[in-house]
Ligand binder design. Structure first.
Ligand code: NIG
Ligand code: FE
Length: 409
């Protein structure tokens, strides 16, 4: 049993400490962890004698994965662009021709809420079947008032209708929507729509906790991103940021200045960005699924970030354009072979550190008394086998608040 006990967030060497208990047991009461430790001790407790028993002998038990970066609600895949990319077109070329995010925007705008909900619900079941118990979900494929509110309302509805917890993020600043393109002032007018109208509307209706911006070439400049995050903060939305993915824009420094909860991607960071992150509380969230799916060679410098002392997290970035996966175990495999993170570091980055980036580390991300009984069980003998096996699912059981939400047949 990997308890991940101890304080979060984890930096440097402490990323390797999994708090392993051999022959462990967890006692769950009213959805929370009432006791955790060696089975011989836990089983002796009076409350344990009356408890229903789930025998997981011979398997590895750990906190449910926290997937802190997803674009859950979207209408369809972009398999056609996938093929174009394989044939040599770049992600940015496809985007410039109106594909990319704008392709997903057109599809989402014409999709019904019912279809979007059905597709998000099926995805949530797949998340659960790979050991994930909490996700963050971003809007950003609507980019007009009605469609963005439609996505955020779905986050809320889905939160109450199925077991996986959803932390909602407003990403109106994903790209400039088509109707604001083609005129010089268009992008700034769109930013004004976000800062003066949509962000206050989202916040006053309690539709999001976080405000994100895609700060990159072809998306929003540093100055525009600053305006968006500042408006978010004025409305009590905590900043997150898509930073240094395609080009280095200085978004990381902006994230640190704003005390962002998370700064995500980071393929193009330089050494001063790494130093700034290491000194901050902002989590460096790495998304190796993107580089894998886009066939890119340059992954984020995870080793340098960890060695410098940054709080590193991992996430799927589940989205139709750059990372169509709901599998945290696959992300762990990529983190190990491509980012050179050890299996232990990858597990810490996907549980307690990811929980910290969502402001939920006192409630989830480790197995400790009083925390939610969010638990994943893998059909492996050694925790290193979770990333070791790839392209197959070794998740055996997933529990959310003490309820089984997935069991392998
Ligand atoms: O996290 N970088 C921007 N947003 C997504 C990609 C979205 C898309 O291509 O649809 C990402 O990689
Ligand atoms: Fe993203």
């Amino acid at each position: 049993m990997l308890t991940l006990r101890g304080r979060g967030p984890r930096r440097g060497n402490s990323l390797s400490q999994l708090g392993i208990v051999k022959d462990g047991a967890v006692l769950v009461r009213d959805g929370r962890i009432a006791a955790v430790g060696p089975a011989a001790k836990v089983e002796k407790l009076a409350a344990a004698r009356k408890a229903e028993r789930v025998d997981v002998a011979g398997r590895v038990v750990l906190p449910g994965f926290v997937d802190s970066h997803t674009h859950l609600v979207h209408a369809a895949s972009r398999a056609q662009e996938y093929e174009l990319k394989i044939q040599g077109a770049s992600y940015e070329e496809i985007a410039r021709k109106g594909g990319g995010i704008l392709n997903s925007v057109a599809k989402l705008r014409s999709a019904t809420s019912q279809h979007l909900k059905w597709s998000a619900r099926s995805a949530l079941e797949v998340f659960a079947s790979h050991g994930t118990t909490t996700i963050e979900a971003k809007s950003g494929y609507g980019l007009d008032v009605a469609s963005e509110l439609k996505i955020l309302s779905l986050h809320k509805e889905l939160s109450s209708e199925q077991p996986i917890e959803i932390a909602s993020t407003f990403l109106g600043a994903h790209v400039v929507p088509p109707e604001f393109r083609g005129k010089a002032r268009g992008p700034d007018e769109y930013v004004k729509l976000l800062t003066d109208w949509l962000i206050p509307e989202v916040a006053s209706n309690g539709l999001a906790e976080f405000c994100d911006v895609f700060c990159d070439r072809g998306a929003f400049s540093r100055a525009q991103s600053k305006q968006v995050l500042a408006a978010g903060l004025r409305n009590k939305l905590v900043p997150r940021i898509h930073a240094e993915q395609l080009t280095r824009t200085g978004a990381t420094q902006l994230a640190v200045e704003f005390g962002a909860a998370s700064c995500d991607h980071l393929e193009q960071v330089n050494s001063s960005d790494i130093r700034a992150l290491a000194k901050s509380e902002t989590v460096a969230t790495l998304l190796p699924g993107c580089d894998f799916h886009l066939g890119l060679k340059q992954y984020a410098p995870a080793r340098k970030l960890i060695d410098a002392g940054a709080v590193v997290a991992l996430a799927t970035d589940y989205n139709p354009g750059t990372s169509p996966t709901m599998s945290m175990p696959m992300i762990l495999s990529l983190a190990c072979t491509q980012l050179r993170m050890t299996p232990a570091e990858a597990i810490t980055a996907s549980t307690i550190n990811a929980a910290y980036s969502l402001g939920r580390h006192s409630r989830i991300g480790s197995l400790a008394v009083g925390k939610q009984a969010d638990i994943a069980v893998f059909e492996v003998e050694d925790y290193r086998e979770i990333p070791y096996y790839f392209g197959v699912n070794t998740c055996w059981l997933t529990m959310k608040n003490g309820q089984v939400i997935y069991a392998a047949a």
